[in-house]
Write a protein that binds this ligand. Structure first.
Ligand SMILES: Nc1ncnc2c1ncn2[C@@H]1O[C@H](COP(=O)(O)OP(=O)(O)O)[C@@H](O)[C@H]1O
Ligand SMILES: Cc1cn([C@H]2C[C@H](O)[C@@H](COP(=O)(O)OP(=O)(O)O)O2)c(=O)[nH]c1=O
Length: 211
């Protein structure tokens, strides 16, 4: 059994996941911060193929399989070894992104996408998933304000797609109520951070009562 704790951060683009996960990492010791798709060389290579703006011909199933392939490699090379060492792993996006984006928003079906991901991750599901909920309009507004940020193929999808992503996450909340906890990400950065760090510390204390 893993001694570590696996916590994933989810939500539509621009919700504030990356900002908050960095703040949480600064507050805690013995934490590994990583992200999907990517986090290690092979997965970063796959990420470039998936997100390249010129790859408009990519079939939705190809997209889902590539995300699952990147996930598998990242899990085996980075996440699993860290969990076995007893480290707290904070991951910016994981399987729920595939279920919301490819399963629901792209219309492949949540169950279909879950099946290929079960092959990729076996039984390594997160101990906790923090879902940053935000209106897509506000998320995209935040992204557009941040001029330095890369604009990838998924960012170029229309607003309707981003609404479907949020709808997908709402379905996942109902489906996995014990694992996924929602935070209102439209709040101030301070409030969102306060709520997030509380959830993370609670989970660490729950799994390691002596800490
Ligand atoms: N609670 C917040 N209020 C206002 N702006 C925020 C908040 N959280 C994040 N931001 C800003 O929004 C932009 C997108 O945040 P980011 O963390 O990159 O989101 P994500 O990783 O979810 O796509 C950044 O410029 C960030 O500074
Ligand atoms: C992990 C994952 C990400 N994605 C999408 C979500 C993002 O639009 C994009 C990742 O780009 P990224 O720049 O990491 O976005 P963000 O800062 O919003 O997390 O890939 C999927 O569609 N499926 C997945 O399984």
């Amino acid at each position: 059994m893993n001694k570590g704790i696996f916590i994933t951060f989810e939500g539509p683009d621009g919700a504030g996941k990356t900002t908050i996960i960095n703040m949480v990492t600064e507050q805690l010791e013995n934490v590994l911060l990583t992200r999907e798709p990517g986090g290690i060389d092979i997965a970063e290579q796959i990420r470039r193929v998936i997100l390249a703006r010129e790859n408009t011909a990519m079939d939705p199933r190809t997209e889902a399989l590539l995300y699952a392939a990147a996930r598998r490699q990242h899990l085996m090379e980075k996440v699993k070894p860290a969990l076995e060492e007893g480290i707290v792993v904070l991951c910016d996006r994981f399987v729920d992104s595939s279920l919301a984006y490819q399963g629901h928003a792209r219309g492949l079906g949540i169950d279909e996408v879950l099946k290929i991901n079960q092959f990729a991750i076996e039984d390594m599901m997160p101990d906790l998933t923090i879902y940053f909920d935000i209106e897509p309009e506000l998320g995209l507004k935040r992204i557009n304000k941040n001029k330095g940020r890369e604009v990838n193929r998924l960012d170029l999808e229309n607003l309707d797609f981003h609404h479907k992503v949020r709808e997908g996450y709402a379905i996942l909340m109902e489906r996995f109520p014990n694992r996924i906890v929602k935070i209102d990400a439209s709040d101030t950065l301070e409030k969102v951070f306060e709520k997030t760090i509380k959830l993370v510390i609670e989970k660490i204390e729950q799994k390691r009562p002596s800490v």
